[in-house]
Structure formats: C-alpha cells, structure tokens
Design a protein around this ligand. Structure first.
Ligand code: ITT
Length: 192
C-alpha cells in the first residue's frame, strides 16, 4: 500500500521508512510538491494532525505526519514545538544546538535533563485522523558528539546509553527512539 509521508525533512523520512519496515511504499510530501502548511497549533499532537490532514486533502491519499522536537527541562520545555524554527530559514542545527547551550549558560543552569517527543498522525482523505505520541528521556551533552542522525541528535544522550543519538548506529536509535515508541503505539492503535 502507498502512504504519503507528510514531511519535507529527509532525516525524518528516512526514519519513517525504516520504522515502517518495508510494509508500505512511501512517497514524501516533498517529492509530490505538496505545499508545507504553517504549523499554527500549540502542541506536537495538534501540529501532527494539522500536517497529516493537510497532506491527505492535498494528495487524496492516506497520509502520515510526524511533529517532533527536543524539550529541555531547565528551559521550561523549549525549544519544543519550535525545534525546527530555532534552526532558522537555513536549517542550521549547529546554530540551534549552540543556542540551547547559550540559553543554559545565560540562566546559569547545570540541569541537563531533556527529552525528545514525536507525535505521529495518520489521516484519511475526508475521513478520520489517528494520533499518538512517544517520548524518550535523556541528557544534553556539550560539545555535540557524532555526525549520524539529524537535527539535535549530536547533543542528546538517551538515558541508559553512553552514546549520543549522533554517535549511534541508526538501527540502535530506531530501536529506542521517541519515534519508534510512537510507531509501536500507532500500530497498536490501528490494529488492536
Ligand atoms: P516537517 O514538518 O516537514 O516534517 P520539520 O523538520 O519542520 O519537518 P518539525 O516541525 O516536526 O519538522 O520539527 C522537528 C524538529 O525537531 C526537526 O527539524 C529536528 O531538528 C528536531 N527533531 C525531531 N526529531 C528529531 C530526532 O529524532 N533527532 C534529532 N532532532 C529531531
């Protein structure tokens, strides 16, 4: 079955494809030239539903969206839903990771607790929308370590691991990540 992945982020698209385990033929919103909607909601769940519904209406096909981000405890959950926007129009995540470090320095916090969230939504054209959320907790690491993964992966070390997501084999990240947990919940929600 064909599934539209409502994302313009190649790093995410790679993980979505791997986590679906070859069971679906993925086409991305980017490759279909679907316009990117403004993410106007105030939660991961709200923005995931908005993106999935938008892609389902624009393509006429079942669409899957992920809205995700890094939340820092000492920054009251920032950047959170603004994680992509902290990287600016140039999508500069070296800059975004530096910004996280600078904000922590500004407030003099040594609390490095953080978590990633992924909200996954599946929408049918003119039909229902199912949404679930996954989260993984860990600690921030400065300077950034590793060049695998995408986005904020080099500064996030999940609890129970010595490696940052940026240093991990993608298979290892996909076994434990916020996105993997959300996919497990999505499968349970759709099949059970
Ligand atoms: P789409 O909306 O087109 O899917 P986006 O990158 O704008 O792409 P989001 O609005 O959900 O997506 O922004 C999430 C940002 O959070 C993303 O750009 C990454 O920088 C970061 N992020 C999400 N999941 C991540 C992960 O597994 N590893 C590292 N960074 C992640």
């Amino acid at each position: 079955m064909r599934l539209v992945a409502a994302t313009h982020n190649p790093g995410k698209a790679r993980e979505i494809e791997a986590l679906l385990d070859g069971n679906y033929r993925i086409v991305t919103a980017g490759s279909l030239n679907l316009p990117e909607p403004d993410e106007t909601e105030s939660t991961f769940v709200g923005n995931a539903m908005l993106k999935a519904r938008h892609a389902a209406e624009a393509s006429g096909e079942v669409s899957l969206a992920d809205d995700s981000g890094l939340s820092v405890a000492a920054l009251d959950g920032a950047p959170g839903i603004f994680s992509a926007r902290w990287a600016g129009p140039g999508k500069d995540f070296v800059l975004a990771m530096k910004k996280v470090e600078e904000r922590l320095e500004e407030i003099g916090s040594t609390d490095r607790r953080a978590w990633f969230t992924s909200a996954l939504a599946v929408a049918w054209p003119d039909g229902p929308c199912v949404v679930v959320e996954g989260r993984i907790d860990g600690e921030l690491v400065f300077p950034p370590r590793g060049d695998r993964g995408f986005g904020y992966d080099p500064i996030f070390r999940p609890d129970g691991s010595d490696l940052t997501f940026g240093e991990m084999d993608p298979v290892e990240k996909d076994a434990i990540s916020h996105r993997a947990l959300a996919f497990a919940r999505l499968k349970a929600a759709l099949i059970d």
